[in-house]
Ligand binder design. Sequence first.
Ligand SMILES: Cc1cc2nc3c(=O)[nH]c(=O)nc-3n(C[C@H](O)[C@H](O)[C@H](O)COP(=O)(O)OP(=O)(O)OC[C@H]3O[C@@H](n4cnc5c(N)ncnc54)[C@H](O)[C@@H]3O)c2cc1C
Length: 401
Amino acid sequence: MSRYDALVIGAGYAGAVAARRLAEDGGKKVLVLERRPHVGGNAYDCPDKAGVLIHQYGPHIFHTNDRRVFDYLSRFTGWRRYQHRVIANLPRDNPEVIPVGKTTDGRFFFPVPFNLDSMKAAFGEKEGARLGQKLLDAYPAQSQVTILELRQNPDPEIAAIADYVYGHVFVHYTMKQWGQTPEEIDPATTARVPVRLSTDPRYFQDAYQGMPLEGYTPMFQRMLDHPDITVELGRDALERLELADGAVKLDGEPFTGPVIYTGQADELFSFRFGPLPYRTLDFGFETLERDCFQTHGTVNYTVDEPYTRITEFKHLTGQILPGITTIMKEYSRAYTGAEGEIPYYAIINPENNALYGKYKALAEQYPNLHLLGRLAEYKYYNMDAITAKALELTDRLLEKE
Ligand SMILES: Cc1cc2nc3c(=O)[nH]c(=O)nc-3n(C[C@H](O)[C@H](O)[C@H](O)COP(=O)(O)OP(=O)(O)OC[C@H]3O[C@@H](n4cnc5c(N)ncnc54)[C@H](O)[C@@H]3O)c2cc1C
């Protein structure tokens, strides 16, 4: 008999929230096994060599409309008020137009998502204002309009705005991010690209937005700091877990309590049906001896450059550190499964979903095994969505008792 009542594999959002609830609200002794040398999963942050607080696995900005999620996480952290703003940085392709955005070296900037100010930066102050008014007149009751709606508008000037946004904001960026040709991009995704009918520059419009006051890692450490939770770091659960004939074993002993697995579904079953495809990211960190590198937390390179975006962490974290800053360039490529590579984004399409379905069906043969999280469920989850999912799963598990 194990001395633990529940086993949680992975100490990211899915695992940490589930572990805390099972221990605190379910009175269970919980063992958390985490393969990495730290908690927090992909939301992990830490100071770099220069003392700049960085997000090791890409920039994470918390935002939600879910009050329960916000309240739950707020037990473990205070928040720094932060509203993320993103701009596109792209070459000026029409020298006739003097953009209102600050220009350097023939480049210009505008807010993303594309809005009424972006319109002025793209088409010039007067023309942008005229076209913006045209949109406001055409869609008086809407706060935003999709490029599909714009394309369907009989006014050719309005349809042309859709083409501009497609070419200057969406298509190249999406090709870099997903390694696709324009023909391969799902038309439904293209159709949903928004144009905001306001000058609101905020990237997210959720009711609750911010950054954990001392960073994500301390929030996770507090969540996992409970007398009935044992966290073992640097432990690959798959070396200790056995799944056979509907029964789970931990360290060779039957384990009948809830097992919450937040790692890759294909890896759990030794890639029996083949690997699930993913995109991975390479991060180029650079520490610079200056106060500040760019005007915004994130700048998207929507037309050129091999990287998709540059993040400067000090904007996100609010850290005051004169004379030094760290930026990160983000490059996307196919995940190969090579040692050290991290699968970041599931590639959702019918074929991959069907492959995932096979692994899910296998997992369902184990009544006490629960797949939870972005890897185990082969899904993209924002941090709030996976927190909500972990709360719901543990609600169900605790109700059953
Ligand atoms: C570049 C990037 C930027 C993002 N930005 C945002 C953002 O701004 N806002 C937002 O809301 N969301 C953002 N997200 C999404 C966010 O990262 C996810 O919501 C979150 O990481 C999901 O948590 P998780 O617990 O499911 O997965 P993870 O964080 O990946 O945690 C899973 C954990 O399981 C561990 N594990 C796996 N297999 C094993 C094993 N065999 N044994 C032991 N441990 C194992 C892993 O090491 C990992 O620590 C971003 C994602 C990416 C990739």
